[in-house]
Design a protein around this ligand. Structure first.
Ligand code: UT7
Length: 326
């Protein structure tokens, strides 16, 4: 029996113009230090969107680059799934605005809101649509202007985040149904809304009428992240029968270097098999994994046919993993 697989046909990314170092934040009056931020998080800098750079403009740039890489045009894509917590407008969906900007006038487009797990969720939704035959090719995008949600008086959160976008093109192709197929081999999603107060934004259209600011109980999130991510990675390995030593690349959500290192150690992966961008991008929420995928694929680390494990955890809580044969 043949099986449809969602195969990665292209990738792309976009970062805002302005690079902001930890020392720049100190110069702007944030009560922190380069040493504290590097030690606790591994972050050295982040990119911050100017007023003319938005989630939709960054997402559109990343999507264009991904289509170019795939050798595909607007007519070839009939689905856009965009993971974001920072849409340009409360509605319409940023995905439909990207659709219009790319000149795509058919198919369907929608946003997925799962905060830092947004790309894993978006990938899973697109994979389901492709394998069910609801679309033939999809743009899956993670894009954020997360710095718009920061309270610059709150040093426990404002030093952690950055802006950016990454995208992949998925194309439905016939596979054999084995782990040797190229494409998404498995996806696993979870959420538990009881943890709302550990990581949230204190505003919204239906409550305050504002976008609000990020609030986080960092240590609580850290503890849950390490445990939940280990579980959801195990799920992906168990579902496919793939052993950790078969994984070519771990491309984790980039929130904290300590969490990334802990996951690499749990899987017994040497550091050179773990893709790290948190040092330069900080935490870009739903954009962090596709930014890291695009960087490692563009510089030749991730090669077609290799096995890539992605995992993320974010507000909600939400968390998820996927194994992709690139
Ligand atoms: O993407 C969604 C998922 N998010 C995450 O995964 C984030 C998970 N959490 C974390 O990454 C870490 O918990 C943080 C990086 C947020 C914080 O690191 P920590 O080691 O848990 O630090 P802490 O919150 O325990 O704070 C330690 C100290 C405190 O001072 P006292 O009370 O010990 O005197 C803080 O007030 O560091 C202080 N502190 C700072 N000092 C300088 C907190 N923020 C800063 C800062 N600069 N920016």
């Amino acid at each position: 029996m043949s099986r449809l697989r969602s195969v990665v046909a292209g990738f792309g990314s976009a970062l805002p113009r302005a690079r902001v170092t930890n020392d720049d934040l100190v110069a702007r009056g944030v009560e922190t230090s380069d040493e504290w931020i590097r030690q606790r998080t591994g972050i050295a800098g982040r990119y911050m969107a100017d007023a003319d750079e938005t989630t939709v403009s960054l997402a559109t740039s990343a999507a264009r680059a991904a289509l170019d890489r795939a050798g595909m045009g607007p007519d070839d894509v009939d689905l856009i799934v965009l993971g974001t917590t920072t849409p340009d407008d409360t509605f319409p969906a940023s995905a439909t605005q990207v659709q219009a900007a790319l000149g795509i006038h058919h198919g369907f487009a929608f946003d997925v809101q799962a905060v830092c797990s947004g790309f894993v969720y978006a990938l899973a939704m697109a994979d389901n649509c492709l394998r069910l035959g609801q679309a033939r090719a999809a743009l899956v995008i993670g894009a954020e202007t997360f710095t718009r949600l920061l309270d610059w008086e709150d040093r426990t959160t404002c030093v952690l985040f950055g802006d950016g976008a990454g995208a992949v093109v998925l194309r439905a192709e016939e596979g054999t149904g084995t782990n040797a197929d190229r494409g998404i081999l498995t996806t696993h999603l979870h959420s538990d809304g009881r943890h709302r107060d550990a990581l949230y934004v204190d505003g919204g259209p239906s409550t305050t009428g504002t976008v609000g600011h990020v609030r986080m109980k960092g240590q609580e999130v850290f503890r849950h992240a390490v445990n939940r991510l280990a579980e959801v990675v195990d799920e992906a390995l168990t579902a496919t029968g793939i052993r950790p030593d078969e994984i070519d690349w771990l491309v984790p959500h980039q929130a904290n270097r300590r969490i990334i290192d802990a996951m690499g150690r749990k899987l017994g992966l040497p550091p050179e098999k773990v893709v790290v961008t948190v040092d330069r991008h900080a935490n870009t929420s739903a954009a962090s994994i596709p930014l890291a995928l695009a960087e490692a694929a563009a510089d030749g680390r991730i090669q077609p046919g290799q096995l890539v494990l992605i995992e993320a955890m974010g507000g909600g809580f939400t968390w998820g993993s996927s194994l992709i044969r690139w």
